[in-house]
Write a protein that binds this ligand. Structure first.
Ligand code: TPP
Ligand code: MG
Length: 379
C-alpha cells in the first residue's frame, strides 16, 4: 500500500529565460565622453551647437526664475545643472519624432524649436499649453507625474501600427519612477516593442525626498531589466555622452529594436521651484561635487582644449544668450490677451448643460461689470 503523503517530486518543465538579461543590464559606471580621448573625435559643429544651447538654457533658467519674482510667472522649476540632459536628449531626435516633457523640461521643448515665451504659457497660468503640440511634435508640459509616459507609448505604438517612422522620447524625474504610470508605460512598451525612449533625469530629489527614500533598486536604469528592455546609465552633465546614448537609443527604437530606459545622473542645483526652500532639506555644500562637474563648464573645457573656443566666440555666445533673455523679459512683461470665455472652450466637444449655464452666468457678470464701470476706467 502506498504510504500516505508520499509523492514523487517532478521537476518543472525545461525553462530558459525569454530574454537573456545580460545585454539589458546597465553598465556599473555612467557612460561619459567629455574629458576622455573619445571627445576628441566629436563633431565640432555638434559641440558648438550644444554649447550655444547650454549657455542660452542656463540664461533662460535665471531669467524665468527672475520673472516669478516679478509676478510674471506663477511658478518656474529651474533645470540649472540639468541643461545637458535636456538639450543633449532633444538634439538626438529627428524632426518627425515626438517629445513628451515634464514641467521641468522647458529647455528640451525650446531645443525642439518652440518659442521660449510660448513654452512658459502653462507656468504663467494663462492657458493649458501655449504652443501647438503638432507643429513641433512636442506634447504639453506634464505636471501630473509620469502621465506623459503612457501617452508617449500610445503615440509610438500607434505610429508603428500606421507604419510611420516615428520615435517618441518621454522624459521623467527620479520621483516619477515610483508612479504606477511609469510601470504601465514601460511594461506596455516592452511587450509591444514600441519605438519609445524613456529618459529619467535622476537629479537626486523629488522636491525634498532624496533618492534613497524613493527606491531600493541598484540604479533606476536597472528597472529596465524587469520589463525586458535595455537599461543605460549616463553622466547627465556630459552633453556629448547624453547625446550619444540617446541617439543610439532612438536609432535602436526606430530600427524596431524596442524601447530603452536611460538614467541620466545629474543634480538639481536650484530648489524644486521658486516656491520651495531647499535649505530646509539640503546643506549648501551638498551639491558641491556636482557644481564642480558643471555641464556648461565641461563643454567649454572641451571646446577650449580643441582650440574651438576663443574669448571673442565665448563673448558672442554669451551676448546671444543675453539678447534671448532681454526678448523674453520684454515679451513676458506684456499682458497676454486673454478671453475669460476661453475657460469653457475645448473642455468637451459637446458642452454639458451645467457648463453652458456657467458660461451664460459669467457672460452676464462680465456685461454687468462693464455697465457699472464709470466711463474711461480701464477694463
Ligand atoms: C501624480 C502626482 N503626484 C504628486 C505630484 C506633486 N509633485 C510635483 S513635483 C513632485 C516631485 C517630482 O520629482 P521628480 O520626479 O524627481 O522630478 P523633479 O522635480 O526632480 O524634476 C511631486 C511629488 C504631482 N505633480 N503629480
Ligand atoms: Mg528628481
Amino acid at each position: 500500500m502506498e504510504q500516505r503523503g508520499a509523492y514523487t517530486p517532478t521537476p518543472p518543465p525545461a525553462w530558459t529565460p525569454r530574454t537573456d538579461p545580460a545585454p539589458l543590464l546597465p553598465d556599473a559606471e555612467p557612460y561619459r565622453v567629455l574629458g576622455t580621448p573619445a571627445a576628441r573625435e566629436a563633431d565640432p559643429e555638434l559641440l558648438r551647437r550644444l554649447h550655444t544651447a547650454l549657455v542660452r538654457g542656463r540664461r533662460y533658467n535665471t531669467q524665468a526664475t527672475a520673472l516669478t519674482k516679478q509676478g510674471r510667472l506663477a511658478v518656474y522649476p529651474s533645470s540649472t545643472g540639468q541643461e545637458a540632459c535636456e538639450i543633449g536628449a532633444a538634439f538626438a531626435l529627428e524632426e518627425r519624432d515626438w517629445l513628451f516633457p515634464s514641467y521641468r523640461d522647458t529647455l528640451a521643448v525650446i531645443a525642439r524649436g518652440v518659442d521660449p515665451v510660448e513654452t512658459l504659457t502653462l507656468l504663467r497660468g494663462d492657458w493649458h499649453t501655449g504652443y501647438d503640440p503638432y507643429e513641433h511634435r512636442v506634447a504639453p508640459l506634464s505636471t501630473p507625474l509620469a502621465t506623459q509616459l503612457p501617452h508617449a507609448v500610445g503615440l509610438a505604438h500607434a505610429a508603428r501600427l500606421k507604419g510611420d517612422d516615428v520615435v517618441a522620447l518621454a522624459m521623467v524625474g527620479d520621483g516619477g519612477t515610483s508612479e504606477g504610470d511609469f510601470h504601465e508605460a514601460l511594461n506596455f512598451a516592452a511587450v509591444w516593442r514600441s519605438p519609445v525612449v524613456f529618459l529619467v533625469q535622476n537629479n537626486g530629489f523629488a522636491i525634498s525626498v532624496p533618492l534613497d527614500k524613493q527606491t531600493a533598486a541598484p540604479s533606476l536604469a536597472h528597472k529596465a531589466v524587469g520589463y525586458g528592455m535595455r537599461g543605460r546609465l549616463v553622466d547627465g552633465n556630459d552633453a556629448l555622452a547624453v547625446h550619444e546614448v540617446l541617439t543610439e537609443a532612438v536609432r535602436h527604437a526606430r530600427a524596431g529594436g524596442g524601447p530603452t530606459l536611460v538614467e541620466a545622473l545629474t543634480y538639481r542645483v536650484e530648489a524644486h521651484t521658486n516656491a520651495d526652500d531647499a535649505g530646509r532639506y539640503r546643506a549648501p555644500t551638498d551639491g558641491d561635487a556636482w557644481r564642480a562637474h558643471d555641464p556648461v563648464a565641461l563643454v567649454e573645457a572641451e571646446l577650449t582644449a580643441r582650440g574651438l573656443l576663443d574669448a571673442d566666440t565665448l563673448e558672442a555666445v554669451r551676448a546671444d544668450a543675453e539678447t534671448m533673455a532681454a526678448d523674453l523679459r520684454a515679451r513676458m512683461n506684456q499682458d497676454a490677451p486673454l478671453d475669460p470665455m476661453d475657460l469653457f472652450a475645448h473642455v468637451y466637444a459637446e458642452p454639458t448643460p451645467q457648463l453652458r449655464e456657467q458660461e451664460a452666468q459669467l457672460r452676464a457678470e462680465i456685461a454687468a461689470a462693464a455697465e457699472d464701470r464709470p466711463e474711461g476706467t480701464p477694463r
